[in-house]
Design a protein around this ligand. Structure first.
Ligand code: SF4
Ligand code: SF4
Length: 195
């Protein structure tokens, strides 16, 4: 059966009318900033103090877009007569975001919590070379990393906090005992026997 002339136009207008009465789903970016989920993978921040230059992230990156340079330095012994130690000093840490595929492997494998996701995504560039973020820029991204979500109330106390709490309690107890000993009268020098 051939379609009624003009039925296509009527159908199209019906769709237009239906859509006009619905709530819009598009957002007027950049006037309105999107509300992103907390685990958004926008850019990677580097917490340099935690990095031991173990190279694990660079080795595991499937795109080979992490560039790390370092040199070794000799550290004097911690105690007299001890041995000198050598440690790695970071010279360069860069990520090429024009190659990165945001898989998150580098963040997952870092054993020292030196890499973090930030939801920041406004770093488009007209020059592709500018998408290689050097360590200073990666460090600046750390300011945009959201705080970790609160622990479940029933969760076990984190090991680091438990250790720090125990050390603080031990120190407080030692200080209390010292103060009590200082406040009490002097103890007799020897055992007192019957005369
Ligand atoms: S997110 Fe993936 S691709 Fe990007 S730097 Fe990390 S490991 Fe490499
Ligand atoms: S894995 Fe972590 S500690 Fe090792 S080099 Fe990468 S960022 Fe630094």
């Amino acid at each position: 059966m051939s379609p009624v002339p003009g039925s296509g136009l009527a159908k199209g207008l019906a769709v237009t009318l239906r859509t006009m009465t619905k709530k819009t789903v598009t957002e007027q970016y950049p006037e309105h900033q999107p509300e992103l989920p907390p685990r958004t993978r926008g850019v990677i921040g580097l917490f340099e103090e935690n990095c031991t230059v173990c190279m694990l992230c660079a080795r595991e990156c499937p795109d080979w877009c992490i560039y790390i340079d370092s040199h070794k330095e000799t550290v004097p012994p911690a105690v007299e007569g001890g041995r000198e130690r050598s440690r790695n000093v970071l010279d360069r840490f860069a990520i090429d975001f024009s190659l990165c595929m945001y898989c998150g492997i580098c963040i997952e494998v870092c054993p020292f919590d030196a890499l973090f996701w930030s939801p920041e995504f406004e770093y488009a560039e007209t020059d592709i070379h500018e998408l290689t973020h050097e360590r200073d820029k990666l460090r600046d991204w750390m300011w945009t990393v959201p705080a970790p979500p609160a622990l479940d109330p029933a969760a076990e106390e984190p090991k680091e906090i438990a250790t720090a709490r125990k050390a603080a309690e031990k120190l407080a107890a030692a200080q209390e005992a010292e103060a009590a000993a200082a406040a009490s009268p002097e103890a007799p020098s020897g055992p007192e026997g019957p005369a």
